[in-house]
Design a protein around this ligand. Sequence first.
Ligand code: HEM
Length: 373
Amino acid sequence: MSDSTVSHARQRRRRAMLWSFAFILLLSIVLPLGYALAQSGGQGVQQQQRQQMQQQQRFGQERATNPRSDMWRDAREGQGGFTTQTGPYVTNTMISNTGETWRQFRMGPLITYGGYLLIGALVLVALVFTFVGRIKLSHGRAGMTIQRWKPFERFLHWFTAISFILLAITGLSLLFGRSVLIPLMGHQAFAAYADVGKVVHNYIGPAFSIAVLLMIVLWVKHNIPNKTDLKWFAAGGGIFGKSHPSAGKFNGGEKVWFWVGIVIFGTAVGVSGFLLNFPLFGQTRADMALYQVIHAVTSLLWIGFFFGHAYIGTLGTEGALEGMTTGRVDVNWAKQHHDLWLEQELAKGVKPLPAESASASAGAVPPVGQPSH
Ligand code: HEM
């Protein structure tokens, strides 16, 4: 082969290489550009592509883009699917958006604002105690007592109070477990405690609800609002200043505790708790999330309100607690706090008894601060 033939062949090879390189370069620019143009070709095209892909998915065909990411995207958007696990909340629901929304609410605002609410209520009670102090018996004790609560009423009250406290402790432990108790107790101790707490909560709940219902039936007749209550509120319930506004068996404040605390919160907490405890009525996952939110929010409000009730019934008012423990109150206490009720009782012929004989006949412990003789 002559030298000129060899150099021609080399030139042709070099030209072929150059053309190939230019062609590849052109493709590497044109193809992505074309793809980008096709992608930005408006919503319509994208929607068409998406519909096409969904159709392909439905018919189980091979798809152009990553099939797994599209499947999970659809599942997240709530598209039905197939699950091997079946049950009232899970059949063919691969990812529950309701569940995730609920989880974020529970772990976020519910815990944060619920915590603020309880701390706020305790701070308020402490402020009232500091700046207003105990409401004393302005004329001291009369030494004569009158029956205020019958044995069954006291039993019902303390049954409700003890179960409420147990429910509040176990309920708050489950709600604030991860954020407050696990850092303090560790995972294992909390798991053991939460296991017992859950059982206690679930068994006491129904009994408590029945007691609350009985309380409503028993005391509703004393809680019908009237004009006396408005005057009681106008006088600030006698908390501020020296006046003692009139009241029947229950004063305006007690009626608010009865209607808001016992009737409204009691019904909301009781019904939602029942539906959570017994998922036998076709409740869906979304229903359960809703009931949990109602249950937790109303329980938190109720516990905050309860701090106020327990304070007024103990430290806040001299002579109130003995009514609920022994059944009898000092006549001066009745005159100061429930004058209209005292008048009614006396008009009915109820005779006040000396404190000692009354407590001896009732077999009760004398009130705190009273000698037993
Ligand atoms: C440690 C907790 C509690 C204490 C110290 C306490 C104390 C008292 C006292 C002293 C009374 C009598 C007030 C009076 O004679 O006028 C009373 C009444 C009452 N309690 Fe409680 N209580 C407690 C918990 C509860 C709970 C948990 C509930 C309901 C969930 C409740 C519901 C009532 C109701 C409806 C009344 C009658 C109306 C009223 O006085 O407000 N109590 N309580």
